[in-house]
Design a protein around this ligand. Structure first.
Ligand code: IPE
Ligand code: IPE
Ligand code: MG
Length: 252
């Protein structure tokens, strides 16, 4: 494979996706392959998060959204869930200085009220401490699922309609987007999933309507900058037609 520098040099800086979302998958398999407990895979995934973040910053991506824990993941064995929550707290505390030094704003989406109190506190503190940074926003999807978010949106709109503050026939795309947890962010243009699985697993269903999808067999703990740059280069080679025909979107 080319070096990260060589790959980066081929990226067109004017057509870098503003928002990249990643389904970080394969930690458990990575660990099991070396006879280790699944949790070892999660711990080794932290370096990959760093690589993805640094790579995004280097090429000017403004939003990186990482699927870190789904609502369905609560049903995993308790020891694994506890270890993941522990890792989250330690990682956020450990990386805070680095985030601030690099202009990274931390944000979360999902039902974060359901997280253990220590996690919630750590996250809220880190979000407040990085709130003024504006180079890149890293969003952790925690206790997140797209259906959870869509149900919540429907409840909010129904309540507003009942109160008389929202007219049902005024509901449009923008109304819906404004009631999702990603409000204020552009939709992801590129969605990456590692570990060879080719599914969405309840991630950002509304927001990825026109995202380009990029799948790799690489397991998340092995994900490095070169994989990110490869994905961006692949993205730049695609024709995004948005329902039009090629002649309508091709540059004159
Ligand atoms: C992704 O890796 C991390 C989380 C879902 C929290 P997995 O833990 O799903 O790893 P595999 O898919 O079992 O290998
Ligand atoms: C999706 O991975 C959720 C996260 C990466 C946090 P899973 O490993 O939970 O998804 P499935 O079970 O393969 O669909
Ligand atoms: Mg998995």
């Amino acid at each position: 494979m080319e070096t990260p520098e060589a790959l980066k040099a081929r990226i067109d800086p004017d057509r870098v996706p503003a928002h990249i979302a990643i389904i970080m998958d394969g930690n458990g398999r990575w660990a099991e392959r070396q006879g280790e407990h699944r949790v070892v895979g999660h711990a080794n995934g932290v370096r990959s998060v760093r690589e993805a973040l640094v790579g995004c910053r280097e090429v000017g991506v403004k939003y990186l959204t990482l699927y870190a824990f789904s609502t369905e993941n609560w049903n995993r064995p308790k020891a694994e869930v506890d270890a993941l929550m522990d890792l989250l707290v330690k990682t956020v505390i450990g990386e805070l200085e680095e985030l601030n030094a690099n202009g990274v704003r931390l944000h979360t989406i999902g039902d974060t009220d359901s997280l253990p109190e220590s996690c919630r506190r750590t996250l809220l503190d880190a979000i407040a401490a990085t709130a003024k940074n504006d180079t890149i926003t890293i969003t952790l999807a925690l206790s997140y699922s797209a259906r959870w978010e869509l149900v919540r949106m429907a409840q909010q709109l129904a309540a507003a309609a009942q109160e008389g503050t929202l007219q049902p026939d005024r509901i449009d795309d923008a109304t819906i987007a404004a009631h999702l947890s990603t409000v204020g962010m552009p939709d992801p243009e590129l969605l990456i999933r590692t570990s060879g699985e080719q599914r969405i697993s309840n991630f950002l269903l509304w927001q990825i309507a026109y995202a380009e999808l990029w799948f790799t067999p690489v397991l998340w703990p092995d994900f490095r900058k070169e994989h990110l740059f490869q994905a961006i280069l692949d993205f730049q080679g695609r024709e995004r037609r948005f329902g039009l025909i090629s002649e309508q979107v091709a540059p004159a």
